[in-house]
Design a protein around this ligand. Structure first.
Ligand SMILES: Nc1nc2c(c(=O)[nH]1)N[C@H]1C(S)=C(S)[C@@H](COP(=O)(O)OP(=O)(O)OC[C@H]3O[C@@H](n4cnc5c(=O)[nH]c(N)nc54)[C@H](O)[C@@H]3O)O[C@H]1N2
Ligand SMILES: Nc1nc2c(c(=O)[nH]1)N[C@H]1C(S)=C(S)[C@@H](COP(=O)(O)OP(=O)(O)OC[C@H]3O[C@@H](n4cnc5c(=O)[nH]c(N)nc54)[C@H](O)[C@@H]3O)O[C@H]1N2
Ligand code: SF4
Ligand code: SF4
Ligand code: SF4
Ligand SMILES: [Mo]
Length: 896
């Protein structure tokens, strides 16, 4: 219900509960303020927002005074100006504000206030202690000579990203912002997310790499989406148009996804776009075996002729393609259309196979849809959050911030189950360390306790689910004592977890690769689905099964049919009606037999039955398991085409390499983990002859005799809309600033924040009893330790992008995390170069001796080609999802 008030003789409407400054800003009435920011709220420190309120004596602070019905406010008068002038004068005097050369010149709120108040030269001089510059951090410079002590950065660090790095120290004139216990920022616990830099109203916290590269008004701003993880943060790219360089990235304030927040990769990992190592021309392998620059005409002709010949000689299924979770929806749609229509095969897959294929199959069987059920905004409505097998602060940092906010300032309580004591464990009421691969036992044990204590949701189960008796029977044997034996989690702790989770009104589960990348990946996912149906947590705001999707567009690549068994929108290729629909639209008979999955393709290549592979935007030579075997497979192929932005380890093995445009050089849409379809926008020009992926695909299709006539990615988007029911109402025109969440079947539909409300996509939810199975390879006398692999915050996958960013390389390099107990037993010191071997190979990397990991386990990030974890990993597959077991194999660690 809106009520009215008067500001400067103007009548304005507002919702009760807002402050004067909020109402003024909503109505575009300027009140200067230095400490107030919509995100950090009223700090009441700077007193620059002073206003007059009729009937009250003295000036009132607009940021702390609530607006009231019929209130009469004046934002400008002689007295107000005098007060503001005095405050701003004092701030200008107390520090070194050399505006002429300040990086923040033109986007400084102190400068704005001085300008508005007509202050030319500060009226006073103050002799206060002046701080030094702190340039110890890779990405951020603290120049406290310009600090006005507004406190925004501290509020942002403590309450928005919840890192607890910044604080005030000392008193009165000596007051100063410090990191941790007053140590240099570069040595502090700062994760270099840059939130403080973005929110500082003056030039006191700056992005190091942007210094001297141009001020805001000299740069062009383009809004697009971060190219790294599946959170899908909205970013503003700041470009020097003269040099075509990206010089800065900021987060979009007010975005429902990230509300201005970013992580170190999203904010500072941008130099790869302008890297001199970018591919700028096609390459063809010469008769002498060397890759040499070629024209686009020659490269396209060679590809078209070879694909056509292999198709004629060996049939269409002798070819296969990998599409990409790094390119747009439109490009992935074009790719699968090319493989299905022009080649005539369903041999299409991509890295989702290595990632959430267990989720897609598992949740589709349980619920009828394989996607994350709930949204980011709902996190705050969860009473209990269970994080299992997700290193959230490293892999989905901005979602981790939302969870931390909800724990610290909201009602949520956290349970973490992970073999590694991850950062989130600090925020957990219960952290349980479990043995790798024991998740089914743990989850069955939790469910048994819930059922035994009658904490399950009888009405929900009766009304919405089937299979409860089967589940109940299967979990009976998993007593806490038995689970302790299988998982290492103490029986008493398992009981506590079950009680906290089972008694919660609304509980959410967040999980990722710790569950999916196992030979029991589907079993793990179905167990999570069982648990959430048992407690009635699906179809509810703040609840849900939330598989955190990995790549920036892995959700979209799946949605677009980049999979061997479905067209876009998960319409099965083997379904007569769906197949007929696409055949009619594309005017071609289409294959009905589902194709090969990623690892199956590589096995077929090794055996010689697969002859040609077209890889767009994937780097399997670092990311696939058992690399020695993989290299042999790729070398056995007759013909390998790699389309990438860099000459990757995989591209080095190709017969033809095609240069693609990067995310910053293209228009289109991508879909984040909460099914939100958002617009990507072209910000810079591509280097050399690099082309957008969809353009390359169309040119290959036409070189093979097709008649594709897309003029832009927008044309493809329209085709997607027409052929894909869940995207039926999603046009670029409708996306606006915040996108739309599928399913969104019509133009009238507002999109769907959470799934399965009222009823499951498939009707009844299916509960199913799951038996516990050990990982495929267990430790033994020869290989006595368990290896698990994964990520670090600062690097992304095979490093093609993050390792082209100097600062990120300095922040994190190769390592083997090993427990204090195992290191002592083996006589290994911290940082010492050690050797790790499995049945498949050996690598060397420095030891990181830590209590974060338990005895018997080692953890290696897989980002580094010079210490590639995947030389060691086991390619054993989940029988249904065909995902490899990246998260458990047997290794031996030894001193060099
Ligand atoms: N910085 C960064 N962020 C990324 C990526 C990146 O490369 N770098 N990649 C993106 C992609 S594609 C993905 S898929 C996501 C992945 O995101 P995550 O899955 O969160 O990342 P991982 O590090 O692979 O593994 C997650 C956790 O699983 C735990 N784990 C290992 N074995 C087990 C087990 O048997 N059971 C349980 N319960 N836990 C286990 C590990 O200790 C680790 O904490 O990250 C995305 N975000
Ligand atoms: N040991 C171990 N291995 C793992 C995992 C693990 O946890 N442990 N996780 C697995 C998971 S979850 C995943 S998702 C995979 C990821 O495996 P990959 O997808 O192979 O890894 P990326 O490095 O992301 O590869 C993306 C490629 O796309 C290129 N690229 C970027 N933008 C564009 C573009 O616009 N156009 C084109 N054409 N190319 C572009 C990049 O240069 C890069 O070469 O790794 C898997 N491998
Ligand atoms: S960069 Fe992020 S973590 Fe570091 S001090 Fe600033 S807000 Fe805190
Ligand atoms: S560093 Fe910036 S945000 Fe922090 S207190 Fe100083 S002026 Fe305010
Ligand atoms: S959280 Fe993910 S999407 Fe957001 S800035 Fe970091 S890498 Fe980019
Ligand atoms: Mo992934």
């Amino acid at each position: 219900m809106s009520v009215k008030m008067i500001i400067n003789d103007q009548e304005v409407l507002f919702e009760p509960g807002k402050t004067i400054i909020e109402v003024a800003r909503e109505n575009k009435i300027y009140i200067p303020s230095l400490c107030y920011h919509p995100k950090t709220g009223a700090l009441g420190k700077c007193r620059v927002c002073a206003v007059e309120v009729q009937g009250k004596s003295g000036l009132q602070m607009a940021c702390t005074t609530l607006a009231a019905e019929n209130m009469v406010v004046n934002t400008d008068s002689g007295e107000i100006r005098a007060t503001r002038k005095m405050v701003v004068n004092l701030l200008l005097a107390n520090g070194q504000h050399n505006c002429l050369s300040c990086e923040a010149n033109g986007e400084c709120e102190l400068q704005d206030a001085a300008y508005y108040l007509g202050i030319e030269i500060p009226e006073y001089a103050i002799d206060a202690p002046v701080s030094d510059m702190d340039a110890s951090s890779e990405m951020i410079v603290l120049d406290l000579r310009k600090c006005i002590q507004c406190g925004r950065c501290i509020q942002a660090d403590n309450c928005i990203v919840v890192q607890d790095v910044l604080g005030f120290a000392y008193r009165s004139l000596a007051t100063k912002v410090i990191c941790d216990h007053n140590i240099p920022m570069g040595e502090s616990s700062c994760v270099q997310c840059g939130e403080c830099s973005q929110i500082c109203p003056v030039g006191a916290i700056l992005d190091k790499k942007s210094l001297g590269k141009g001020r805001r008004y000299e740069l062009k701003q383009v809004d697009t989406i971060c190219p790294y993880c599946g959170v899908g943060c909205q970013i503003t790219v700041h470009i020097n148009e003269r040099t075509n360089d990206i010089v800065k990235i900021t987060g979009v304030e007010g975005s429902p996804v990230n509300d201005g927040m970013l992580c170190v990769k999203g904010r500072y990992g941008y130099e790869f776009v302008n890297s001199p190592e970018r591919l700028t021309a096609p390459l063809i392998r010469d008769t002498d075996g060397v890759l040499r620059e070629a024209t686009w005409d020659d490269a396209l002709k060679l590809i078209a002729e070879t694909f056509t010949r292999i198709k004629q000689e060996h049939g269409p299924d002798a070819l296969a393609g990998l599409c990409s979770a790094k390119v747009t929806n439109e490009e992935n749609f074009a790719f699968q259309k090319f493989m299905r229509r022009e080649i005539g095969t369903n041999n299409i897959d991509h890295c989702a196979r290595l990632c959430h294929s267990s989720t897609v199959t598992g949740l589709a069987a349980s619920f009828g849809s394989g996607a994350m059920t709930n949204d980011i905004a709902g996190i705050k409505h969860a009473d209990v959050i269970l994080i299992i097998g997700s290193d959230t602060t490293a892999a989905h940092p901005v979602i981790a911030n939302r969870i931390k906010q909800s724990i610290r300032f909201g009602k949520s309580k956290l349970i973490v189950i992970d073999p590694k004591e991850i950062e989130m464990a600090k925020f957990a009421t219960i952290y349980a360390r479990q043995r790798c691969g024991s998740d089914v036992a743990v989850l069955n044990g939790i469910m048994r306790e819930i059922i035994v204590n009658n904490w399950h949701d009888h009405a929900y189960i009766a009304e919405r689910c089937e299979g409860f008796e089967d589940l109940k029977k299967a979990v009976e044997e998993f007593t806490p004592e038995k689970v302790e034996q299988l998982s290492g989690i103490p029986a008493a702790q398992l009981r506590e977890i079950a009680a906290m989770f089972g008694k919660a009104d609304t509980a959410a589960v967040f999980y990722a690769m710790g569950l999916t990348q196992h030979t029991t990946g589907v079993d793990n996912v179905r167990s999570i689905a069982n648990l959430q149906m048992l407690c009635g947590n699906i179809g509810k705001d703040g609840g849900g099964v939330n598989p955190l999707r990995g790549q920036s567009n892995v959700q979209g690549a799946c949605d677009m049919g980049g999979l061997p068994n479905v067209f876009s929108g998960y319409q099965p290729v083997a379904d007569e009606k769906a197949n007929a629909k696409f055949s009619a639209a594309w005017q071609r008979e289409l294959p009905k037999q589902p194709g090969l999955t990623l690892i199956e393709m590589l096995n077929a290549a090794a055996q010689g039955t697969l002859k040609a592979l077209y890889i767009m935007g994937e780097n399997p030579m670092i990311s696939d398991p058992d690399l020695n075997h993989l290299e042999h497979a790729l070398e056995t192929l007759d013909f390998l085409v790699v389309q990438d932005i860099f000459l990757t380890e995989t591209a080095l093995l190709a017969d033809v390499v095609l240069p693609a445009a990067s995310y910053a050089e293209k228009d289109g849409t991508i879909t984040n983990t909460e099914r939100r379809v958002q617009r990507m926008r072209k910000a810079v020009k591509s280097p050399g002859q690099a082309k957008e992926d969809w353009v390359i695909i169309q040119e290959i299709a036409n070189a093979m005799g097709a008649d594709w006539k897309y003029q832009s990615a927008h044309d493809i988007a329209e085709e997607v809309r027409q052929l894909t029911p869940s995207y039926g109402g999603i046009s670029w025109e409708r996306l606006g600033a915040n996108g739309l969440q599928w399913p969104c079947p019509t133009f009238e539909h507002p999109g769907t924040p959470y799934l399965h409300k009222g009823t499951f996509a498939r009707g009844k939810g299916v509960m199913v009893g799951i038996a516990f199975k050990e990982p495929a390879e267990l430790p033994d006398a020869e290989y006595p330790l368990v290896l698990t692999t994964g990520r670090v915050l600062q690097h992304f996958h095979t490093g093609t992008m993050t390792r082209k960013t100097a600062g990120l390389n300095n922040l994190a390099g190769p390592m083997v995390m090993i427990s204090v107990e195992d290191a002592e037993a083996l006589g290994i010191n911290n940082s010492e170069l050690i050797q790790v071997s499995s049945r498949r190979g050996t690598i060397k990397a420095p030891a990181f001796v830590t209590r974060q990991i338990g005895k018997g386990t080692v953890y290696i990030p897989f980002h580094y080609h010079e210490a590639a974890a995947n030389i060691l990993t086991n390619a054993a597959l989940d029988p249904i999802a065909k995902i490899p077991e990246f998260k458990a194999c047997a290794v031996r660690v030894s001193k060099m």
